[in-house]
Design a protein around this ligand. Structure first.
Ligand code: B12
Length: 211
């Protein structure tokens, strides 16, 4: 059960849609002062707002500049209220969006959850070509690779990167997530024994606790 009240969500959402960054910042600051977990703010405030905005945009009820402005405000809040803590250099993870995937906010949240759990993160952001991901993984030699995939149209690219990574790095664990994936996706991933679909930040945190 979330500790965030609907009125708090709506206060933030309305300020976001109005493009009022200062108000959004002070509302998030007060939630943090009240002891709310960053993960909770990510999911119940930022993600919920962006999903709503996505629907409005899809139905032509919100302009592209309004949607871009809201996205920029949320990106700036994620950076401003970034987790602080000491990372364990033994536990490295490369977090990246797949090639031609420009939805990077979910991946950034994933990277921050790894940091909160003490991992050393290498967050690459949006659209990294498959061969560059492979080169980078060779260089950094992480324990985990976390891939984010949102746009269903990128299915071919998703399968390509999973196929290449599992072939080049058969012992590494690959975590995958994002809106293009769901319970049905488990079928397309069945043949890869080191690939794991994780459906939320809460599941990710629980999974990392066992590592
Ligand atoms: C902002 C936005 C954009 C921005 C992104 C900017 C940025 N810096 O990220 C821009 C303008 C670039 C954009 C472009 C497009 N977009 Co857009 N966009 C959105 C919007 C409104 C919000 C995305 C977001 O940040 N959501 C919030 C995050 C936190 O949620 P999330 O990504 O799901 O991540 C969570 C989980 O999925 C999970 N997760 C994610 N990755 C991973 C990885 C791992 C390992 C794990 C464990 C978990 C995990 O954890 C996260 C936190 O809980 C969505 C609406 C929506 N429903 O999300 C549409 C949406 C994603 N976009 C959509 C579309 C169609 C497009 C465009 C094709 C539009 C166009 N015609 O140009 C392009 C495609 C660009 C591309 N090639 O990637 C569709 C996608 C439909 C689909 N699934 O195929 C959506 C759903 C809108 C809609 N209702 O139709 N978009």
């Amino acid at each position: 059960m979330t500790k965030i009240k609907q009125s708090q969500f709506l206060g933030f959402y309305n300020a976001l849609v109005d493009g009022d960054k200062d108000k959004c910042t002070s509302l998030v600051q007060s939630l943090i002062n009240d002891g709310l977990d960053l993960k909770e703010i990510y999911v119940e405030i930022f993600q919920k707002s962006l999903y709503r905005i996505g629907k409005l945009w899809d139905h032509n009820q919100m302009s592209i500049p309004q949607e871009h402005l809201a996205t920029q405000i949320i990106e700036s809040l994620i950076s401003r209220f970034a987790p602080v803590g000491k990372s364990n250099t033994e536990k490295k993870v490369v977090v990246t969006c797949i090639d031609k995937e420009y939805h990077e906010i979910g991946a950034k949240m994933v990277s921050n959850v790894f940091e909160m759990t003490g991992w050393k993160t290498f967050y690459l952001g949006a659209s990294v070509p498959t061969k560059e991901i492979i080169k980078f993984v060779k260089q950094v030699d992480p324990k985990f690779i976390a891939l984010s995939w949102s746009l269903y149209l990128n299915l071919g690219r998703f399968l390509e990167v999973v196929d290449h990574l599992t072939r080049f790095f058969p012992t590494k664990k690959i975590l995958v997530g994002g809106q293009a994936l769901n319970e049905n996706s488990i079928n397309i991933l069945k043949k890869y024994k080191n690939v794991k679909y994780i459906d939320s930040l809460h599941s990710l945190e629980s999974y990392l606790k066992q590592e």
